[in-house]
Design a protein around this ligand. Sequence first.
Ligand code: ADP
Ligand code: MG
Ligand code: MG
Length: 864
Amino acid sequence: MVQVYLLSEARGLGKEVLGGKGFGLVEMAQAGFPVPPAFIVPTEACRAYLKEGAVPGLEEAVAAKMAALEGLVGKRFGRGEGATPPLLVSVRSGAPVSMPGMMDTILNLGLTLEGVGALARATGNPRFAWDTFRRLVQMYGEVVLGVEAQAFEALLEEAKRGRGVGADSALGAEDLEELSFRFLRLLEERGTPFPMDPWAQLQGAIEAVFKSWQNPRARAYRRIYGIPEEMGTAVVVQAMVFGNLGEDSGTGVGFTRNPATGEKGLYGEYLRNAQGEDVVAGVRTPEPLEALKAYAPGVYEELRGVAERLERHFRDMQDFEFTVERGRLFLLQTRSGKRTAKAAVRIAVEMAEEGLISREEALLRVEANALPGLLRPEVDREKAPKPLLKGLPASPGAAIGHAVFSNEAAERLSAQGLPTILVRPETTPEDITGMYLSRGILTARGGLTSHAAVVARGLGVPAVVGAEALRVFPEAGRALVDGVEIREGDLLTLDGGTGEVFLGAVPLLEEGDTALLEKLLAWAEPHRRLGVRANADTPEDAKRARALGAEGIGLCRTEHMFFAQERLPYVQRLILAKDEEEEEEALKHLFAFQKEDFKGILKAMDGLPVTVRLLDPPLHEFLPSEEELRKRGDEEAKALLERVEALKEVNPMLGFRGVRLLLLRPKIFRMQLRALLEAARELREEGLDPRPEVMVPLVADPKEVERARALAEELFQEYGPIPFGTMLETPRACLLAGEIAPLVDFFSFGTNDLTQMTFGLSRDDAGRFLPRYLEEGLFPFDPTERLDEKGVGRLLQLAVEEGRRANPRLKLGLCGEHGGEAGSVRFVEPLLDYVSASPYRVLTARLAAAQAGLERPRVPVGVE
Ligand code: ADP
Ligand code: MG
Ligand code: MG
C-alpha cells in the first residue's frame, strides 16, 4: 500500500521520497513559515505507475488526505458552500533533483462550472472566478488531455482582438466566461472533454504528473545534467492561494542572494495580480522586488525577514516562490538556488566568513566543473561599438555566434562547427536542445528569473533576456530591432554580464576578477593530496597554467610545434627525404625550432616538471590533402601526392604512429630528445632550473619500451639522465603494466585514447551514435568527457596496482581530457600522484582534488 503524507506527517523523510519541492515544503512548514497545507504522493508511486500503469490503493490514500486537507483549510474540495469558496488545489511535480519547469504542474484544480459560481459569490469577484476557471481548462487541456497550447492561445488572441485589447488582464468577467466555454467546446471537439468532476480531475492530473517524468524535454534535461532515469517524481497536492485576486495580490520569486553575482541581500521579481506560472514562463516582464517597498512595504519587510530565516534554516542561498493573496504572504517553494560559478564562489566564501558554514563546507559547495566559467570573457568596452540592443544581464560571460531561431537551426549550424546564439521571444522547456548547443541565449521577454535565465545560468551559457526592443519571428527565421533586421546566420555578440547585444563580432577581454576564487583555492590546498599539472604546448599556455596553480606540465605535445606555418615545409621535407642527407638537413632545422620551443616552455615552468611527449600522430597529417595537391598539379605537388598515397592509412588512429613511428624512424626520436636535453642544458648554464621529462606514446608491449629506453639512454650518456616514462593508452599496455613498470620512471594514463580503444570507438566518428546512445540511456554519460570508472577505470586500477608492485618508485599521472573533469579527478584521486589538465581546467582539478581529499581518507593501492 502506498503511503501519502500530509506535510506534518512527512518529517524525517528525504528528498528521494518527497522530491525536492515536497521536502522544502515540509521543512518550511515545520519551521513555521506560512505554507498552504498540502499532501505528498511519494516518488515510489510514480515508479510503480510507470512500471505497472496503476498504483493500487493510491486513490483511497489520496481521498483520505484530501479529507484531512479539507479539515485544515475549512473548505470542501471542489464544492463551495454559501460564503465559503470551494477548496482548489495545485497538483505539482517535484523530482528528488531540481528540474525547473521540465515537468508539469496544474493549478486551480477542482473547479467546475458549478464551482465557478460558488467562487464568484464567495469572493464577490466573478472576473477572478472565470479567469481561474479558464486557466484550469487551458492547463488541464494541455497537460492532461494533450491538446496543443497553440489552440488555446489562438482562442485567447481572438478574444482579445474582439475586445480590441492587448493584455489578458484587460479582459472582463464576461469575456473570460465566454472564453471558458470556447475552451470547453474545443476540448469537446477534440474528443477529450474536460471532466466536470473534481475527483476525476485530480486523478487525471496526478497521472499526468507521473507521465511527465517521461516527456522528451524532461529526458533531455536529465541527460544533460546526468540525472538518473529511474528516480521518478513525487506529486505535491496543495491548497491554492491566489495571486490574481486584485492589485493587493501577486506572485513572485525571491533569492536570498543575487544568483548572478552572489551579492548578499534579498533579490527577486514580482508580478502584481498574477498567478504563479506567469512569472516563471516569462510571459509578462515582472518588476524588481524593491518595487514592493513603495506600495506594500509591510510585505516587503516580511519577505526580507523570510529570506534571512530561510537562509539560516537551510544554510544555503535559497531560491523561493511566493504568492501574496490580498496582502497575505504565502511561501510555495524553496530550494538551494542555481547560481553562476562566480556567485557560487562568492556565496561559499562569504557564508564561511559569516560563520554560517565551515570552510570545508564552502569547498564542497562549489561545483568544480564550473570554475573555468569564472574566467569567461567579457566584451572589451573600450573597443566595442555602440550596442544594438540592451536587455537584462541574466548569465555572465560574452559570446559570439550566429543567430538561430530554433532548436533545429541550432543543431544544423552546430553540426557545421559554427557557434550559435539562440534568439527567441522567450524560452520554454522545449527549447532545451537549442539552449544547450548555443554559445549564448537572447530573449525578448522575461525577467532574471525567467526560464531562459535560470537554465542559462545552470548551463553556464551567457544570456541576455527581456530585451524589449527586440521582436522575434521564429517561424520566419528573423528578428527586428528598430528596423534593423537579424537573419539566421548573422553574427551577434552578447555580454550576459552587462545585458548588451552587438551586431557582428566584437573584441572580447579575457576573464575578470578572481580574488575570491583564489581565497577559496587557498582554503582547498591543505586538503589536496593529488598533484595538478597542465597540458600545455606553448610558453603562453605554460605561463597561464602556472598562474592558475599548475605544478608543472603533464603533457606537452610536440607535434603542435610541427604544424606552425614556417616549420611545415621542413616536416614535409623530412617525410619526403630521398636520402640520408636530405633527412639530416630537414632534421637540423626542426631541431633548432624544437630546442627554442622547449627552452620557452621549460623557462615558463622553471623549477617544475615538464613532461614532453615525443611525436605521436601519423606522418601524413603533416602533408597537404590529396585534393589540394591534385589541384596544384606542379612537380613538387606530384611528388608529394605520391608520398601521400603511400602513407595513406585506412585507420590512422590505429596505424603507423606513436612509439611505432619513433622506433622505426629513430632519427626523429633522437632529434626531439636531443632538442629537449640541449634546451635544458642551455637553461642550466643560464642559472635556471629546468626539469624535463620525456615520454613515449601508444606503447602496447614492454619490448617497445625497452627499445625506446635504449635509444634514450644513448643520449642520457651524453647529457645525463632525465625521467623517462610512457603513456598508458592502449588496453594492452595497462594489462602488461607489471612488465612495463620496471623499464620506466613514470606512467601517464592517456585516457583519451585509452577510452577510445577500450570502448572501440573513435571520438571523431562517435557523433553518429553517441548522442542517441545517451538519449536512450544506453550510456549513462559520455565517456569521452567523464572517465568510465567501470571499464577504463578498471584497467587503470589494475595498471596502477601491478605497476606499483613491480616498481615502487613509479610515478603515476593522468593526462587525458578527464584530468580536468571533476568526477574523474575524484575517482583517480586515491590512485595517482597527479593529473594534468588544460590550463583553465587546472582550477577544476585543484578544487576537485581537495574535495576528494575532504570526502575520504586516502587508502594507498598496491603498496605493501
Ligand atoms: P515548477 O516546478 O515548474 O516551478 P510549480 O509546482 O512550482 O512548478 O508551480 C508553478 C507555479 O505555480 C509556481 O510559480 C508556483 O508558485 C505556483 N503554484 C503552485 N502551487 C500553488 C498554490 N497552491 N497556490 C498558488 N500558486 C501555486
Ligand atoms: Mg516552482
Ligand atoms: Mg593519444
